[in-house]
Design a protein around this ligand. Structure first.
Ligand SMILES: [Zn+2]
Length: 337
């Protein structure tokens, strides 16, 4: 019994049409200029997966794809190779292999992607990061973002307070504050990939004193310091690109990139690190760490009210207001510092 298959020599991507058969304990493969005779025991034959062609993996890196899955299964059974036939017949083996593949994908998603994004974030040149921030404001100003209604004097006072903060050694004051108003985003602040911190009017009016505003800025600077926005965006674009490739539309992905930044929910770990950074910075400048907890409490209350005011169906849309999850847990931890 002969089967047709496609052979790749493992060195070049060129496919070679071949025919296969089993002779005793050996696999015989023939094509133009190719003859291989290999012990079945030396080959790896992964169990069938979905409707993909069956694979034969040679020890030297060559491989063979067999489209005729049924024929291949019969050929293996006829060969009577107990190991191969045993695997072949084992429904459980196929299921286990599938579960293993799935769990590897999950692990890669959970751990591999953040790791890769972190490594990639360190490679992105500064000028590109700054351009990202410029792009962010270019696409959202006049839509989601409006000019700040704070007086020039009020803004200057906040700027001055921020400039006066002594930074940890080695940290430059690249984070500049961008004042904006946004009824849709409410009381909020965002760290952008290029190091700009977007501070919204509602947050300024919510704060009882300027130390609370500085505490929020210090927290956002923690995100800047660890490149959280960039890392999150890189991760989202890998997933987004994969989705776009699957759906076949990349342009829509590029169009939504700036809003992804605003909808980002940081992980618990990112928040903890930004809080720790802020706590250290505040303490070094003689500002009580509890100021951050104070403003967090007010933000949480304000967002709860905003969500409660919304009709039920738009609650989900309002969800991005709390771009800083686990607020209660964070308040408790900050109070304990
Ligand atoms: Zn945060």
């Amino acid at each position: 019994m002969w089967l047709t298959a496609v052979y790749y020599d493992g060195r070049q991507a060129r496919p070679h049409p071949v025919t296969l058969c089993v002779e005793g304990e050996k696999l015989l493969l023939q094509g133009r200029d190719i003859v291989r005779r290999e012990a079945l025991a030396s080959l790896k034959i992964p169990p069938p997966l979905g409707s993909t062609p069956r694979l034969i993996l040679f020890a030297d890196g060559a491989r063979c794809e067999v489209a005729d899955r049924q024929g291949f299964a019969e050929m293996l059974q006829d060969a009577g190779s107990s190991a191969v036939a045993g695997m072949e017949n084992s429904w459980w083996y196929a299921l286990a292999a599938l579960l293993l593949t799935l769990s590897l994908l999950v692990v890669a998603y959970l751990f591999g992607l953040p790791y890769a994004a972190r490594a990639a974030a360190d490679q992105v040149p500064v000028y590109l990061l700054e351009r990202m921030d410029t792009q962010f404001f270019a696409s959202l100003d006049q839509t989601l973002l409006k000019p700040s209604t704070l007086s020039a004097k009020r803004r200057q006072t906040i700027q001055d307070g921020w400039q006066r903060l002594a930074l940890p050694p080695g940290e430059d004051r690249s984070a500049n504050i961008e004042f904006r108003a946004s009824p849709a985003l409410g009381a909020n602040a965002f760290a952008l990939p290029g190091g700009s911190v977007l501070l919204l009017d509602d947050l300024v009016s919510l704060a009882s004193n300027d130390q609370e505003i500085l505490a929020v800025l210090a927290h956002e600077m923690g995100h800047v310091h660890e490149k959280h926005a960039l890392r999150q965006m890189l991760q989202a674009s890998v997933i987004g690109l994969a989705m776009a490739w699957y759906i076949g539309d990349v342009s829509s992905l590029l169009a939504v990139a700036p809003t992804v930044l605003l909808e980002t929910r940081y992980s618990r770990d990112f928040e903890r690190r930004a809080d720790a950074f802020a706590a250290e910075l505040l303490r070094a400048n003689g500002i009580p760490v509890s100021r951050l907890a104070d403003i967090l409490e007010k933000l949480e209350a304000a967002h709860q009210t905003a969500v409660a005011k919304q009709p039920v169906e738009s609650v989900e849309a309002m969800d991005y207001l709390s771009s800083h999850p686990n607020t209660e847990e964070r308040i408790k931890r900050l109070r304990g510092l």
